[in-house]
Design a protein around this ligand. Structure first.
Ligand SMILES: NC(=O)c1ccc[n+]([C@@H]2O[C@H](COP(=O)([O-])OP(=O)(O)OC[C@H]3O[C@@H](n4cnc5c(N)ncnc54)[C@H](O)[C@@H]3O)[C@@H](O)[C@H]2O)c1
Length: 405
C-alpha cells in the first residue's frame, strides 16, 4: 500500500481515545472519517479534526472507496456485525473488545477473514501494558519454566456507566439485565495477556470451560441511590438476568488451568491488573492495587531456591528489579511515548501492530483466531451457567490447522 492507511472510526467516543496514538504513526495510518449516530459527537470531532469526513450512516463510510480500514469502537454487541460488514465491503478491521457475543459470530468472523484475506485484529490493549509485555517476554525465554497455571481478572466497578443523565439505561445498563451478564461477559482484558503467556492458539489451546456466577446485588442498590427506591430499576427483579461476579475455569490441551473473574458491578477501588502465572521455575503475581509492585520469583535468578537441600527459601522480588535484563524491547524503546498515548501504553502498540499488519500483509499478533478463541468464552460461559456449571468444549477456530501464511 503506497499511501498511509486511510482509517475511519465507527463509534466516536472510545474511538477518540486513539487520537494520541494516531499522531505517533502519521506516516503509516491517517484518520480520515468518523461515523457516529450522534450529531453532537460528530460536531465535537469536526472541531478537533478540521477536514475530517463525518457521517451518521455506517453504509456511507463502507461505500467510500477512499477508506482502507475501519476501527470498530461502538457498543459491544455491534462489534461483530459491523466488523463483518466492513470486511465484506473490502475494508481491513481493527475491532474493540470483545470481538463477538455469539459462537456463530465467532465462526463467521473466522470464515470471512479467511475468505477475504483482509487484516482483522482485535484491539486488546491489556496485552500491551508494560507489565504484560515484560511477562510475555520472560515467558517466551522460559524463565517461568513449564507454565501450569494462570489467573486473570477484570474487576472494575462500572455502575456509573449504566445510566444516561436522563435516567434511561445506556447500552451497558441494558446489557446488564440480559443473559450476557449471567456469564463472563467481558473476558478478554484478563484472558488476552494470559493466553499470550501460555501460547494459546500457538502450541496449546483451550479444551473445556465452565463458569459460575453470583447473584445480583450491587446494581439495584446503585439504582436505588441514584433514582430513588420506587424506581423499577431499584427492585432486584429488574436485574433478574444479571450477576455481580462471574468465575470461569478453562482447561487447556496441555493440562494447564486458567482461572478468570469478571466483576463490573461490585463497589471497590479500581485496579487494572489481577494476574498470576505459575510455572516449574518461577511465579508472577500482579499488584493488588496501584501503589504495590508486581512480584516475581525466578529459580536461579531471584532470591532463594525451591530445589531440594536449598538453605534459602524462595523470596518474592519486585518485577522491576529485572527490568534492565527483561523489559520488553518495544517498551524499552518507546515506553515514554506509549505511556502518553492512553490505556497504559496499550493503544500505542496495538495501533502500531495493526498498521504493520496491513502495510506488510502479515497476520497481526491478535488475529481473528485469537479474537474468536478469547471472545467465545462469553457465549460459552452463558451456556455453562444455564447448564448449572456443566463443562463445555471450546471450539478450535484453527480447526487443527496451522495459521495460514
Ligand atoms: N479496550 C478498552 O480499554 C476499552 C475502553 C473503553 C471502551 N471500550 C470498548 O469500546 C466500545 C465503546 O465503548 P464507549 O465507552 O465508547 O461507549 P459509549 O456508549 O460511550 O460510546 C459509543 C458510541 O457509539 C455510538 N454508536 C452507537 N451505535 C452506533 C452505530 N450503530 N453506528 C455508529 N455509532 C454508534 C454512540 O453514539 C456513541 O457515541 C465498547 O465495546 C467498549 O467495551 C474498550
Amino acid at each position: 500500500m503506497a499511501h498511509p492507511i486511510r482509517l475511519a472510526v465507527v463509534g466516536g467516543n472510545r474511538g477518540g481515545n486513539f487520537t494520541h496514538a494516531l499522531k505517533a504513526f502519521e506516516s503509516k495510518i491517517r484518520l480520515d472519517a468518523v461515523c457516529d449516530l450522534s450529531e453532537e459527537v460528530l460536531a465535537h470531532w469536526k472541531q478537533g479534526h478540521p477536514g475530517i469526513r463525518t457521517t451518521t450512516r455506517y453504509e456511507t463510510l463502507l461505500e467510500d472507496a477512499e477508506i482502507d480500514a475501519v476501527l470498530v469502537a461502538t457498543p459491544m454487541q455491534l462489534h461483530a456485525p459491523q466488523a463483518l460488514q466492513a470486511l465484506k465491503a473490502g475494508k481491513h478491521v481493527l475491532s474493540e473488545v470483545i470481538a463477538a457475543c455469539t459462537l456463530d459470530e465467532c465462526w463467521e468472523l473466522v470464515e470471512t477473514v479467511e475468505k477475504t484475506g483482509l487484516t482483522y485484529m482485535m484491539a486488546e490493549n491489556y496485552c500491551y501494558t508494560r507489565e504484560a509485555m515484560m511477562i510475555k517476554h520472560m515467558a517466551e525465554q522460559g524463565l517461568f519454566g513449564d507454565a501450569t497455571y494462570a489467573e486473570g481478572a477484570y474487576i472494575h466497578d462500572c455502575r456509573s456507566l449504566m445510566y444516561n443523565p436522563d435516567g434511561t439505561r445506556t447500552w451497558r445498563g441494558k446489557l446488564s439485565g440480559t443473559q450476557i451478564r449471567r456469564s463472563n461477559g467481558y473476558p478478554t482484558h484478563s484472558l488476552g495477556p494470559v493466553s499470550q503467556w501460555l501460547g494459546i492458539t500457538r502450541g496449546d489451546r483451550f479444551k473445556s470451560t465452565t463458569t459460575f456466577v453470583t447473584r445480583e446485588a450491587a446494581r439495584h442498590e446503585w439504582a436505588q441511590t441514584l433514582l430513588g427506591k420506587d424506581h423499577p430499576d431499584a427492585q432486584p427483579a429488574a436485574w433478574d438476568g444479571a450477576a455481580d461476579s462471574a468465575s470461569t475455569l478453562i482447561e487447556t490441551e496441555k493440562g494447564r488451568v486458567i482461572l478468570l473473574r469478571v466483576d463490573s458491578a461490585s463497589p471497590r477501588p479500581h485496579n487494572m491488573t489481577h494476574y498470576v502465572l505459575q510455572g516449574t521455575k518461577g511465579a508472577y503475581i500482579s499488584p493488588r492495587y496501584h501503589k504495590e509492585s508486581a512480584l516475581v520469583w525466578l529459580e536461579g535468578l531471584g532470591k532463594g531456591s525451591a530445589t531440594p537441600h536449598s538453605k534459602e527459601h524462595p523470596e518474592w522480588q519486585s518485577l522491576w528489579d529485572f527490568a534492565d535484563r527483561y523489559e520488553h524491547p518495544r517498551w524499552k524503546k518507546h515506553g515514554e511515548q506509549a505511556k502518553n498515548a492512553g490505556h497504559g501504553g496499550g493503544d500505542f502498540f496495538e495501533l502500531e501492530d495493526f498498521a504493520d499488519a496491513v502495510l506488510n500483509q502479515k497476520l497481526p499478533p491478535i488475529d481473528v483466531y485469537d479474537a474468536a478463541t478469547w471472545s467465545c468464552i462469553t457465549p460459552l460461559s452463558g451456556l455453562n451457567v444455564q447448564k448449572k456449571g456443566e463443562p463445555l468444549d471450546v471450539p478450535d477456530f484453527l480447526r487443527g490447522k496451522k495459521r495460514p501464511g
